[in-house]
Ligand binder design. Structure first.
Ligand SMILES: Nc1nc2c(ncn2[C@@H]2O[C@H](COP(=O)(O)OP(=O)(O)O)[C@@H](O)[C@H]2O)c(=O)[nH]1
Ligand SMILES: [Mg+2]
Length: 256
């Protein structure tokens, strides 16, 4: 059986984790040949996030360093699957669409798939100011990296694990999300962006809009003009296979 690692960063998400884990359609994934492994990355949670995750059957990785990017560095190092899928522990991302998403990765024969939340139908889930910031950061990102990605800030990616070893991603905080996408396109992997449903967050947001927005802008410019590390893969333009595929049928999105 193939193995799918679902990597979830979680900082004080004990109240959200039970419903997040419940939306992972393990039986449906198993029926299409995927055994799932859930890796929850915790660090300084004070609400028992780690214990809740463990009780729900997840492997818990402790990353002593704070930060969304740091959490993913530790989670990807611990993941064993040939494919990795990610998402927040806050009930916003449709883990129930994973069978369709993983199937699309395979059928479209791409190496990295990212998701677009900035599509009609998701307006309820995001504050208008947050939506404007997402559009603005994505526009700057597209202008600098010319990769056509509509949603540079989406935290749901589905990719072949070897891709992680071929890219140079340095962000320790929230900029990790845009950096991984831009690094993939710079490194020449075959990538695809697909629309997803985005839902209202449960619990408290960990992002600081002003601080993280400014940090993200700085990271975009630094990344675009930085020197590659010596071991880094040659820089060739990546190929966006197609920007908009048909959204999954609603019954698949809403299932489970
Ligand atoms: N382990 C860990 N997880 C974090 C940290 N910061 C944020 N997260 C998690 O990363 C995800 C994204 O954070 P969130 O507040 O939802 O940011 P937003 O989706 O950009 O508004 C959530 O699941 C958080 O619990 C951190 O420092 N450590
Ligand atoms: Mg979130």
């Amino acid at each position: 059986m193939k193995v799918l690692s679902i990597v979830i960063p979680a900082l004080n998400e004990a109240s959200n984790l039970p419903s997040v884990m419940a939306t992972i359609p393990t039986a449906e994934l198993a029926a299409s040949g995927w055994r799932t492994e859930v890796v929850v990355v915790d660090n300084a949670s004070t609400d028992g996030t780690g214990d809740v995750a463990r009780a729900l059957g997840a492997r818990v990785v402790l990353q002593p360093r704070r930060g969304y990017g740091n959490a993913y560095h530790a989670g990807f190092a611990a993941a064993t699957g040939e494919v990795i899928a990610t998402g927040d522990a806050d009930r916003t991302y449709p883990f129930d669409a994973l069978p369709w998403l993983v199937g699309t990765l395979e059928v479209r024969d791409v190496e990295f798939m990212t998701t677009n939340r900035l599509v009609p139908g998701n307006d309820e889930a995001m504050k208008p100011s947050h939506a404007i910031a997402n559009h603005a950061l994505s526009a700057v990102s597209r202008a600098l990296f010319r990769n056509g990605l509509r949603d540079s800030q989406s935290g749901m990616w589905i990719f072949r694990r070897y891709v992680w070893h071929g890219i140079d991603v340095r962000s320790t905080g929230m900029a990790f999300s845009q950096e991984i996408k831009n690094a993939v396109s710079l490194a020449g992997y075959r990538y695809l962006e697909v629309p997803i449903e985005y839902r209202k967050r449960g619990g408290e947001v960990k992002l600081n809009a002003m601080r993280d927005g400014v940090a993200n802008l700085r990271q975009l410019v630094d990344h675009r003009f930085r020197r590659p590390r010596p071991r880094s893969v040659p820089v060739v333009a990546g190929r966006l296979v197609e920007n908009a595929v048909a959204a999954p049928p609603t019954e698949e999105l809403g299932a489970a």
